[in-house]
Design a protein around this ligand. Structure first.
Ligand SMILES: NC(=O)c1ccc[n+]([C@@H]2O[C@H](COP(=O)([O-])OP(=O)(O)OC[C@H]3O[C@@H](n4cnc5c(N)ncnc54)[C@H](OP(=O)(O)O)[C@@H]3O)[C@@H](O)[C@H]2O)c1
Length: 248
């Protein structure tokens, strides 16, 4: 058990990678609080957690809602040991088609929401706290149609370094996990046509050196390493979980 008695807050913990992490962190002994927006997914996550945590609805694009999450965690557990800031969304569009609304939506959740989640969680974190950020292999790779999503993820990669430097004197570590193409509902929400999604899936099998999509649990295991004391001397860095896509 790597997280015995730890308190973990996981945003986007109701689906995909965050849900896999919530299940894994719970099995490793943590109490887990998950955040999402969809009522049914929140209920299912709460059932899965049982007495080992709870689920809370909040739109992380609104900083006032983040205050409410932090107040709920403070009231129930009094502290946060692990913050996995993972919630995110992507919209695909070529340069000419990107709208102001799309740009705001992605930056508001992927960067602004994540930033204020960290800002508001840190006062509840003591020495040996661990913050894990979900970025993406896109932070280092140019992919047509994904300019805004990729920029949000590059900004998050940058935060692991700057906030890692700021929080190191307090003993709080900040690291990132960068998933490649992972089997979750994420791609299905990007606004791609069925044909484009099919092409994407075929492209993954051709281009990823390990020739398949990754599983959410394979990303959660990297997050577990960064969340736990196994990585006690690791901060500011990133673990890329992409089947080799961005490396070869
Ligand atoms: N899957 C991939 O291929 C891939 C690759 C690289 C990076 N990533 C990153 O991995 C992270 C997790 O994605 P995933 O693949 O697990 O996707 P997912 O299954 O779609 O999960 C997204 C999570 O974010 C939550 N969320 C969305 N909008 C929110 C909002 N406004 N406020 C609060 N929570 C919100 C969702 O909750 P509701 O459903 O309840 O709204 C859900 O729990 C994202 O940051 C994504 O960018 C994914």
């Amino acid at each position: 058990m790597k997280l015995t008695d730890k308190i973990a807050l996981i945003t986007g913990g109701t689906s995909g990678i965050g849900l896999a992490a919530a299940e894994l962190f719970r099995r490793e002994g943590a109490k887990v609080v998950v955040v999402g927006t969809d009522g049914n997914r929140l209920k299912a996550a709460e059932t899965m957690l049982g007495d080992d945590g709870f689920a809370i609805a909040a739109d992380l694009r609104r900083p006032a809602e983040i205050d409410r999450i932090i107040a709920a965690v403070r009231q129930r557990y009094g502290r946060i040991d692990i913050l996995y800031a993972n919630a995110g969304l992507g919209r695909a569009a070529p340069l000419e088609a990107v709208t102001e609304e799309q740009l705001d939506e992605q930056f508001d959740l992927n960067f602004k929401g994540l930033f204020f989640t960290i800002q508001k969680a840190v006062p509840l974190m003591g020495k040996s706290g661990s913050i894990v950020l979900t970025t993406s292999f896109l932070n280092a790779k140019g992919t047509p149609g994904l300019s805004i999503l990729s920029a949000t993820k590059a900004a998050v990669r940058s935060l692991a370094r700057t906030l890692g430097a700021e929080l190191a004197p307090r003993g709080i570590r900040v690291n990132a996990v960068s998933p490649g193409p992972i089997s979750t509902p994420f791609a299905g929400k990007m606004g791609l046509s069925e044909q484009a999604l099919k092409n994407f899936a075929e492209g993954v099998e051709r281009q990823v050196p390990l020739q398949r999509f990754g599983e959410a649990d394979e990303v959660a295991r990297a997050a577990l390493f960064l969340a736990s004391d196994d990585s006690a001397y690791v901060t500011g860095t990133e673990i890329v979980v992409d089947g080799g896509l961005s490396q070869f």
